[in-house]
Design a protein. Structure first.
Length: 179
């Protein structure tokens, strides 16, 4: 397994963020939820979402876009007795929420042992389609759960970059994660 992961969100900055990450071939990829599943058409290894009901629409959207569909699904719960949703890895939600991006970052570090995780298209700024202010709704989750990320997660843009820091060359090349 690779030791570096890029988490792909759905914010408008995602294409620019991805283009600024050098050497994509050194990374595994994780998509965050339904809206990010077709933002990166290279091979993704994981899809994570708090909403398992989005897994089937995500699969259909990914297939229609021409991307791989043999990714590992991660969610906060499985619909017991419901065979419509295939959740490969269940990670319980630990309030407060930091969005599916935090859910993915925690999975990357705590379950899959990634040493370096870069958020692309996850600035936690602006509003989603439901009018939820990302920063007001989710920044507290990042603040509470940051110690669990052990300095292994950085961001390319927005509030998450200001909070976590950007992926400097020194951080990327250092053997031990640090802040």
């Amino acid at each position: 397994m690779k030791t570096k992961l890029i988490i792909v969100g759905s914010a408008p900055c995602v294409a620019g963020d991805l283009s600024d990450v050098k050497n994509h071939e050194e990374y595994d990829f994780m998509a965050i939820g339904l809206d990010a599943i077709d933002r990166y058409l290279g091979r993704i290894k994981f899809l994570t979402t708090y909403h398992p009901e989005d897994l089937i629409p995500a699969l259909e959207r990914r297939k229609a876009a021409g991307g791989n569909t043999d990714y590992i699904t991660i969610s906060s719960f499985d619909e017991v007795g419901n065979d419509k949703f295939k959740v490969d890895v269940i990670i319980r939600h630990e309030p407060p929420s930091g969005s599916s991006a935090l859910h993915g970052a925690l999975a990357a570090v705590r379950v899959f042992d990634y040493e370096k995780v870069i958020l692309a298209g996850c600035p936690l700024e602006g509003q989603n389609a439901k009018g939820i202010d990302y920063n007001k709704q989710f920044s507290r989750g990042w603040e509470v759960h940051a110690p669990k990320l052990q300095g292994k997660v950085r961001s390319m843009s927005g509030w998450t970059r200001r909070f976590l820091g950007g992926p400097t060359q020194e951080w990327l090349s250092h053997d031990q994660a640090y802040f």
